[in-house]
Design a protein around this ligand. Structure first.
Ligand code: ATP
Ligand code: MG
Length: 557
């Protein structure tokens, strides 16, 4: 990490400050980011990454990347690779190597044996349906399993046979012996191990029993000497169990869990399960579809790691739940891109414009700044000629009042070039305007016109040097601010049907021809764009990152 991430003051940071002040941890402060490799990382994970890596960095500690890989059926190497790539792209590096919960399967097995030997765990033969009934409810205490009082020797024997593969999936489980009457359902003899005859992406066929998340997580924290185990609020009720496991087996360190409210952003979703459904059912093209709130989708769309880090740093880490406005993320992206994205002119919906008084065959080279606020970025060349294109949206035959663009009899300045007047229009058989005939005022290059005013400034592209582009105009994925609010309504019905508009007729000035995938541009008066990863010299594809201004609420409310 080259740049330091500033984590805004928050309650977890305050706790750490206190701990450091009182020397609570004799050794280093250690955090971890523990994704389950069952999907791609999204903007919510970015908050957790910035928090865990950022705080470790600030306090001179370490942050481990640890894959929580205890569900082999749902996980894959593809997800592991994407997660590593996304964490690196965000600007963080993990300590030494990435860890896996599966690195500790032998230790965890040993802890399970220790619990059995202490008469704190037993093998239970109840079917899943029976176990559910025995568990009770929020208002009813549970009942002890008839297998709860098995002898330690019997439990050891059965558990070892579970490990040796002598039983089928779901036939038996190992459970902690805690309290079936606890008001906290998580403490009602939770399952520690279940049988799954499934190949694991890291351990192959070595195991057919797999530890549960609650058992695994805290004990891995302890094995890695994690001091502050930061997670989201839904794990608050699991904390007594987290502590119970750590207090009842022999571990090398004592981690503590701290919870904060997960990030929720309007107009999108941050549930991996639902994002996977959008991919699997073809609502979007892939996990890195630029409309997805995944880090890979945002990267492809043109969001930058710095913008995402700035957004995360400014997002309150709190105990109370709230919904963050999408425009805050978008503003962070605009603010970042504004400072360095090279400017260029691109006409998305071209309308032919002929300058009738321009000398035939004449061309004039013009220099435009690459960035108007940073001349050190240099200049780009565009040439002015007789046959140009402007955007259809910049011409109105019957302009409304205060029209700031081109209209019959009116004048506008072509960006970086001359002032032109529209003298006539040519229409097709359907009365559609297909060409504008204009005159230019040759005294107006770099100077004001004499005796009249131009209506405004519009962008243009010279036909003689136009580069054809495919433009993907992306918009928000959902129409509804909270697509998951109504549990009765399928969230896919809230998708924005206009979240992608593909334009194949766009043209741009020549500076775009040298671009490579991932390059950013501000197309003047249009917005920020990023060259797509599928782009090549023969066919340039650009994705609209964001329009220049946030007009979403105005248009859609
Ligand atoms: P999901 O519900 O989307 O599947 P998850 O919590 O199951 O999310 P994990 O891969 O387990 O996904 O998450 C890794 C870490 O990221 C966890 O510590 C989790 O608390 C954190 N995290 C996940 N989603 C968010 C979010 N929306 N805001 C903040 N942190 C999050
Ligand atoms: Mg999780």
């Amino acid at each position: 990490m080259t740049e330091t991430t500033i984590v805004a003051s928050n309650f977890i940071r305050s706790i750490m400050l206190e701990h450091v002040k009182h020397d609570k941890h004799t050794s280093q402060l250690v955090t971890r980011f523990p994704p389950e490799p069952n999907g791609y990382l999204h903007i919510g994970h970015a908050v957790s990454i910035c928090l865990n890596f950022g705080l470790a960095q600030e306090f001179g500690g370490l942050c481990n990347l640890r894959f929580d890989d205890t569900n082999p059926g749902r996980e894959s190497q593809e997800y592991i690779q994407s997660i590593k790539r996304d964490v690196s792209w965000l600007g963080f590096s993990w300590h030494e190597k990435a860890y896996y919960a599966s690195n500790y399967f032998s230790d965890l097995y040993g802890f399970a044996i220790e619990l059995i030997e202490k008469n704190l765990a037993y093998v239970c033969d109840l079917t899943p349906g029976q176990a559910r009934r025995y568990r009770g409810s929020l208002t009813q205490p549970g009942c002890n399993s008839p297998y709860r009082e098995r002898s330690i020797a019997k439990n050891l024997d059965l558990f070892k046979r579970m490990k040796r593969g002598q039983f089928g999936d779901g036939e038996r489980v190992l459970r902690a012996k805690i309290d079936m009457a606890s008001p906290n359902m998580n403490m009602r003899d939770p399952i520690i191990y279940r049988i799954r005859h499934t190949q694991h992406h890291q351990t192959g066929n070595q195991w057919c029993i797999y530890p549960m998340y609650d058992f695994t997580h805290g004990l891995c924290d302890a094995l890695e000497h994690v001091t502050h185990s930061i997670c989201t609020l839904e794990f608050e009720d699991h904390r007594p169990l987290y502590d119970w496991f750590i207090e009842n087996v022999t571990v090398p360190s004592r981690p503590h869990q701290y919870e904060f409210a997960r990030l929720e952003i309007n107009y999108t979703i941050t549930s991996k399960r639902k994002l996977k459904l959008l991919v699997d059912e073809g609502w979007v093209q892939s996990w890195d579809d630029p409309r997805m709130p995944t880090l890979s989708g945002m990267r492809r769309r043109g969001y930058t790691p710095r913008a995402i880090r700035n957004f995360c740093a400014a997002t309150p880490v709190a105990r109370n739940k709230g919904i963050t406005d999408m425009s805050r993320l978008e503003t962070a992206v605009r603010d970042d891109l504004d400072t360095y994205a090279p400017r260029a002119m691109c006409v998305i919906n071209p309308l032919k414009l002929t300058i009738a008084n321009w000398p035939d065959g004449h061309s004039e080279s013009l220099s435009l700044p690459i960035h108007p606020k940073d001349v050190s970025m240099g200049y780009r060349k565009v040439s002015m000629g007789r046959n140009l294109y402007i955007d259809q949206a910049d011409f109105a035959e019957q302009p409304p009042r205060k029209w700031k663009r081109l209209a019959p009899g009116q004048a506008v300045r072509l960006r970086g070039s001359y002032i032109i007047h529209c003298v006539s229009v040519i229409k097709d058989a359907n009365d559609k305007v297909i060409e504008l005939i204009c005159h230019y005022d040759h005294d107006t290059l770099g100077s004001k016109p004499q005796g009249y005013r131009a209506n405004g400034v519009i962008h243009w592209v010279n036909d003689a040097e136009a580069i054809p582009l495919k433009v993907n105009l992306y918009d928000r994925l959902f129409n509804h601010p909270n697509p998951e609010a109504d549990k009765e309504i399928d969230f896919t019905t809230q998708l924005n049907p206009n979240s992608l508009v593909v334009v194949t007729s766009a043209i741009a000035e020549p500076s775009i021809a040298k671009s490579s995938p991932g390059d950013h541009f501000q197309f003047e008066r249009e917005g920020y764009f990023c060259v797509d990863i599928d782009s090549c010299k023969q066919r340039i594809i650009v994705n609209r990152t964001l329009p220049l201004k946030d007009s979403w609420v105005k248009i859609n409310s």
